[in-house]
Design a protein around this ligand. Structure first.
Ligand SMILES: Cc1ccc(Cc2cc(O)c(O)c(C(=O)NC/C=C/[C@H]3O[C@@H](n4cnc5c(N)ncnc54)[C@H](O)[C@@H]3O)c2)cc1
Ligand SMILES: [Mg+2]
Length: 214
């Protein structure tokens, strides 16, 4: 049967990227998306903003929602200090399989745990299953209608501390209007919008950074 786009992306990484080089994996995926098939990775423009926020926060605990093929997982993991706890959640088992191979090709398999399951089920298990008390940095890039319920879940489960940083992709396109309205009207978050474009296109998009104030 016909291969899937994630499988074709994995083949492109295995063919064109140097094993053990996160930068070459990132470049190979961006090349694939620009010249072969568009795919919903955060991309190079928004990826640079992601890089700068991760570097600024220098987190000890990191959570990503929506691994997909592992592109942003590789971008984040390559910047983390040794000993950082990084968990990424993905509920599509086929995507888990591709992501784990792309992360391994970059040589970052020891830096991140790819957990199969849905954020709604797994967020309440973070403490007991992974010994996490709070997250320093959270990247939201899963189904856009899950951003709001999941940030409320973080609050309810006590997974945010004063200074925890959440960075949300696609707040313009596809858009996460309820999430934006919530964080921008809540006295418990300090927000900053980073204007950019939908990956590999000229369509307007951007990232919203929200700092939890406790
Ligand atoms: C109109 C329109 C359509 C599409 C675009 C383009 C566009 C551009 C983008 O950057 C995008 O991030 C997206 C987008 O839809 N992303 C959704 C990403 C899902 C991945 O995450 C997984 N997942 C989804 N919910 C959960 C969940 N609860 N728990 C665990 N994993 C989850 C899925 O299994 C997928 O692996 C789309 C732009 C405009
Ligand atoms: Mg996205």
């Amino acid at each position: 049967t016909r291969s899937t786009r994630p499988q074709r992306m994995l083949k492109a990484v295995q063919k064109n990227a140097t094993k053990g080089s996160p930068e070459s994996v990132i470049s190979a995926i961006d090349y694939f998306c620009k010249h072969s098939e568009w795919a919903m990775n955060v991309g190079d423009e928004k990826g640079s903003i992601l890089d700068s926020v991760v570097t600024e926060v220098n987190p000890s605990t990191v959570l990503e929602l929506g691994t997909y093929c592992g592109y942003s997982t590789v971008r984040i993991a390559r910047l983390l200090s040794p000993g950082t706890k990084f968990i990424t959640l993905e509920f599509n088992p086929a995507n888990v399989t591709v992501a784990r191979q792309i992360i391994a090709h970059a040589g970052l398999q020891d830096k991140v745990t790819v957990v199969e399951g849905s954020s709604g089920d797994l967020i309440p298990q973070m403490k007991e299953r992974f010994g996490i008390t709070t997250f320093d940095f959270i990247f939201l890039d899963h189904w856009k209608d899950r951003y709001l319920p999941d940030i409320k879940l973080f609050e309810e489960c006590g997974l945010l501390r004063k200074g925890s940083v959440l960075l949300a992709d696609n707040v313009i396109c596809p858009g996460a209007p309820e999430y934006l309205e919530y964080v921008r009207n809540s006295p418990r978050y300090e927000n900053r919008y980073y204007p950019a474009h939908l990956e590999y296109t000229k369509v307007e998009d951007g990232l919203e950074k929200s700092v939890f104030l406790g």
